[in-house]
Design a protein around this ligand. Structure first.
Ligand code: PEP
Length: 255
């Protein structure tokens, strides 16, 4: 059984940017080589960003997708088929901001996951506990409930074409990062959980860490055996910071 995991860094721009700002940020990233990177601009900028990425290996990720279907009378929604049409490779589902502010449930996250895979887009399913849940000793209970909802709805094979992101809610946008050891413990737990269904899928599953990843903490996180890269929010909007994180990922591959 060989480990084919190589580090992946995804920048989640959230509801930030403009045509002008995006163009200069993308331009700065075009120099990246030999490391797997994706960026997730707001949906409205995906098509333009794709054009700016022509000739680059950087992939496009979506921050959201409609759960209902691939087309129809769903005002304001964007389907996975449309995302695929504009060249999207990854789709983020289950981000804590969507769970928290838009009431997205585990069941809805699983539906979005299915819609993405129907169109050949790799879901990036986010799981993570709140501070209260961590303090109550419920980390494993929460992340396993969130991941099992996907496994039960979609089947374990679905994780062969997906990415998991462990994002402790208390570390997102707060400047607080889980220690590499604490993050590693949860990543190992998630891999073992998947391994209880299928060892090969578990071994090859990329599990990213997210939560205030910065240029100065990325290398120590990437040095952990079960941390396969990062989902980066704030630092993905600053070209030098994001480039440094991507370079740390690349160095972890050769190191
Ligand atoms: C995120 O939004 O997925 C995230 C990890 O944000 P930040 O890096 O800003 O904590």
């Amino acid at each position: 059984m060989t480990n084919q995991r190589s580090p992946l860094v995804i920048g989640n721009w959230k509801m930030q940017g403009s045509l002008a700002l995006n163009a200069s940020l993308v331009h700065a990233l075009l120099a990246l080589k030999n490391v797997s990177v994706a960026i997730a601009p707001p949906l409205v900028y995906l098509a333009t960003t794709r054009q700016q990425l022509v000739g680059s290996a950087i992939k496009l990720a979506a921050q959201n997708v409609a759960a209902e279907g691939q087309q129809g009378a769903y005002t304001g929604e964007v389907s996975a088929r449309m995302l695929a049409d504009v060249g999207v490779h990854y789709g983020i589902v289950g981000h804590s901001e969507r769970r928290q502010y838009y009431g997205e449930t585990d069941a809805l996250v699983a539906k979005k996951f299915i819609r993405l895979q129907e169109q050949g887009i790799q879901p990036v399913v986010c799981v993570g506990e709140s501070l209260a849940e961590r303090e109550a000793g419920q980390v494993e209970q929460v992340v396993s409930r969130q991941l099992l909802a996907v496994i039960e709805q979609c089947g374990i094979q679905a994780l062969a074409n997906a990415v998991v992101a462990y994002e402790p809610v208390w570390a997102i946008g707060t400047g607080k990062t889980a220690t590499p050891e604490d993050a590693q413990a949860v990543h190992r737990f998630l891999r073992q959980l998947v391994g209880s269904y299928d060892k090969n899928i578990a071994e090859n599953l990329s599990i990213l860490y997210g939560g205030s990843v910065k240029a100065d903490n990325a290398a120590s996180l990437f040095a952990m055996p079960d941390i396969d890269g990062a989902l980066v929010g704030g630092a993905s909007l600053v070209a030098t910071d994001f480039l440094a994180i991507c370079h740390a990922a690349k160095a972890s591959l050769v190191g």
